[in-house]
Structures are given as structure tokens and as C-alpha cells.
Design a protein around this ligand. Sequence first.
Ligand code: SF4
Length: 329
Amino acid sequence: MKAATKPLLEVKHLKQYFSMKKESPFQKKQYVKAVDDISFGVEEGTTLSIVGESGCGKSTTGRAILRLDDPTEGEIHFQGRDLAKLSRRELKDVRGDIQVIFQDPFASLNPRRTIRQMLNESMKIQDVLPKSDREGRMLELMTLVGLPPDSLERLPHEFSGGQRQRIGIARALSVNPKMIICDEAVSALDVSIQAQVLNLLKKLQKQFNMTYVFISHDLSVVRHISDRIMVMYLGKIVEIADKHSLFNKPSHPYTKALLSAIPVPDLDVARKEIEITGDVPSPINPPSGCRFHTRCPFATDHCRNIEPELRELDDGHLVGCHYAEKLSI
Ligand code: SF4
């Protein structure tokens, strides 16, 4: 693991609620509690992966950091500024510092613009280089992401999925960001291409001391790229630890269930299978007590009534389960 450095990003008590449309004037206002009071940090030059099923709040967290949605409550400290409090105008100053790579490379690229036009435009908007220096930078970016120089003259549909994701990475890098949020960035790719893109991201991290927030529904995908892993369930953090601790000593039943879904040869240690059934409950009316109790095979009345706090088990290994110590692997 990399030596600890200062946190580049520090999120404190973040809440992201979305109001529901009322069916009648007499109906009480309801909210989708997509993210409900989470706190975490990401150190410079490291990767924090956020993992969980669809609806757990991982992408909403990424969108809040990017201020694509305005947070309901909480603080998002980035390089000493609270992004949650910045006006739209002030946000323009930090837009270039935090970039995003989305799941569907094709949807995130304008089909009518060549790669040259696209890269030129993003550098121009962020005013990162004088016009005369942009050509050299574009060629450099192609080399960095492993594409031939003539790629600049081509349109997105002329590339494969993996190549388009490389273009997405080049576009993110073109404005010299400090941090990149990868939102299911390799989920749409074949396994062998996934590995190539992950290796590229790792290489760039080493080269530029890049910080990543890597969002994925799949723990096996994030294993090689992560320094720390944060597991979310129904808007809450249920476990957060460095990746070795999380894989070798998973302590929340939900994390164990996610790990159970990964084929055993891919793991360092054998572990009991934990199968969870049923769907994720509604984030409009989350279950009382522990939010996972409706699907947890170990739930007790205590779990149904009292919400567990996120507490430290080992150094930097936090878990939100009343019985984490007893439920050993
Ligand atoms: Fe399961 Fe109870 Fe732990 Fe929640 S607190 S994960 S219901 S054992």
C-alpha cells in the first residue's frame, strides 16, 4: 500500500435526497434518500473504490462530488475548498481539476466531432494551454493512452469500445485534472479489454500521481486498482477498509455476500458462502435499524431496532454491523 498522504478529497456527512412528486395535495412530501449521511476521504495519488448494488448511492455520491447535483447536506472538501458551498460560477474554477469517465464511452463522445475537435474544445474551455501548444499536447495524449496519432482525425464510431474508453481517458487528462471519477468506467467492456484499461489507469496514476474515485458494482473489477474500498448499501457506508483488509477480513455480511459472488480461485482465502436474497428495499422508506436487516441471514431484533454505527475494527477498517466481530470468515 502507498504511504499515507494528505486527503485530496474529504466528504463529511453528505446527504443527497431527491424529492418525489406528490400524488395529491394531502400527501406528505416524500424523499428518495439516495445518500444518507456518509463521510470518507481520499488521499492524493490513491484510488478509493465505491462498490455496491444498483441503488446503493455510489453513482449519486460521484455526481455530488462533481456537483452535477447539489447536495442536500454535508461538506465536500477538495484542495481546501468546500465544493458543496461553491456557486456555479466558482465551480468553473475547479471543473478542470475533477474529471469524469462514464460507463458508456460512446454515449459520452459527440458522434459528429473528430477526436481532435473534441480534445481541442475541452482544452479551450478549461483554458489549459495556448492554442499553439495544443497540437503537441494532443499527440502526447494519444501516446499516453496507447492510440496511434492518426486517431485524432477519426470519429468515435470508428473505434472499438476499449479504444473509445481510451479516448475518454485522453479527454479527461487533456485538462490536467487532480482527480478522476470513473463511474462504471469498464463495466461495458469485455474482461480482457477491462484489464487493459485498468492497467492504463494504474500506469497514468503512477505517472501523474492521479487520484481516482472508482465506482463499480463489481468487487472483482476494483480489486487491482484500489487502495481503499468503500462498500455502500441503501445510501449508507457499510464497510470501508484498505483493499487487503477488505478482501482478507471482510466483516460486514453484505461485503461477504458480494465476495461470495466472486469465483473462489480469484481469492486469497477460502470463505463461507453467504447468499442474500430479495431486492434492495426502497430508499424512500428504508428499513428501521440496520438497513440490511431485511436481507441479512444474521439479523436479530436488535438489528431491526437499532441502527449500527460505522465503527473501527482494525486500523482504518470501519464496519457498520452490530456483530462484525462474531461473524468471522
Ligand atoms: Fe446483519 Fe444485524 Fe449486522 Fe445488520 S447489524 S448486517 S442485520 S447482523
